[in-house]
Design a protein around this ligand. Structure first.
Ligand SMILES: C[S@@+](CC[C@H](N)C(=O)[O-])C[C@H]1O[C@@H](n2cnc3c(N)ncnc32)[C@H](O)[C@@H]1O
Length: 295
């Protein structure tokens, strides 16, 4: 699991490690490979970060340098095991419960009341790029708070990510008490069970929330997505920033195809979209509604 350090955060031992000396050519090749397989566009200033994250793999595989690592990825990884490890090492998974909380308030104040008033009983929400699950569990808590008679509804949340480590973590549903700081006390006691003994300092998400969520590996750049939709709401927050403009545009179009008419797209605060007015109408801060009249 990675949160983004600055180059200055890298320990001196890392910088002394010969494996951290990457040549221009090795960096360009790996950067191209990563882009091709994940869509993640790595600028020049991410070089030290890439080195630090992949150095763990080099050590694990006992390789001397990045050229050997690139050769392994290209020629000696037919099953894609190392590709998966490389992706897990390279992604940035920073997230939080109730991150950008105005999105959850918008669900409570606008989206859910409209759904409750409709005849629709089926509700589908997608957390695309869910990282360690905090976003999906926050959605689930917000759902439970809004729909008192939850059993009368068919509500499912898909939480997907390219990184298999974070998905395993999310599916376990165990979080440190420290990480629950942004969860209001009342919700903490309603939706988490505190651990004791060796589990002291941790809390487990209650089954009723877990049962609502399916965690699945999904690479957003894959040509065909396995689910049919339509989704009422798609969260894709703090993911598009890692992609280049052309991939961002492609994904915004594909999200629109996955949304029901009038469905909502929640983006991260730095991901305002321009040039998509015929498809989405801005209805709040980084909240977009798919126009009903597009084909
Ligand atoms: C910074 S986290 C955002 C987590 C959460 N959405 C939030 O805003 O708190 C970005 C996530 O996007 C995932 N990601 C990056 N590239 C991806 C891709 N091509 N397909 C699916 N997920 C991807 C990463 O693995 C990471 O967990």
């Amino acid at each position: 699991m990675n949160i983004e350090p600055t180059e200055l955060d890298l320990p001196a031992s890392f910088l002394r490690d010969a494996r951290l000396t990457i040549t221009d050519q090795e960096f360009w090749k790996l950067r191209h490979f990563i882009h091709e397989h994940t869509g993640i566009a790595l600028a020049d200033h991410k070089r030290a970060l890439v080195c630090a994250r992949l150095a763990k793999r080099l050590r694990h595989l006992n390789l001397a340098n990045y050229a050997e690592y690139y050769d392994l990825l290209m020629g000696r990884d037919p099953e894609g095991h190392e590709l998966a490890e490389m992706i897990n090492a390279i992604t940035t998974n920073k997230t939080d419960f109730f991150r950008e909380s105005h999105h959850f308030k918008f669900l409570t104040d606008h989206v859910f009341p409209a759904l409750r008033a409709s005849r629709q009983r089926r509700i589908r929400i997608w957390s695309a790029g869910s990282a360690t699950g905090e976003e999906a569990y926050t959605i689930a808590m917000t759902v439970c708070e809004s729909f008192q008679t939850i059993t009368e509804w068919d509500i499912k949340i898909l939480a997907s990510d390219i990184d298999t480590n974070v998905l395993d973590f999310a599916a376990r549903g165990v979080y440190s008490l420290e990480s629950l700081q942004r969860v209001p006390e009342e919700l903490r006691s309603r939706y988490f069970s505190k651990g004791s003994g060796t589990n002291q300092g941790f809390a487990r998400i209650k089954l009723m929330l877990q049962a609502m969520i399916r965690f699945r590996r999904l690479n957003l750049i894959d040509g065909a997505w396995p689910m049919k939709g339509p989704f009422d709401v798609i969260f894709c927050r703090n993911v598009l920033i890692y992609f280049d403009k052309s991939l961002q545009r492609k994904l915004l179009t594909r999200f629109a195809e996955m949304l029901r008419p009038d469905g909502y797209l929640m983006l991260g605060h730095a991901e305002a979209i321009h040039g998509f007015e015929p498809i989405y109408r801005a209805v709040g801060h980084s909240i977009y509604q798919r126009r009903a009249d597009i084909s």
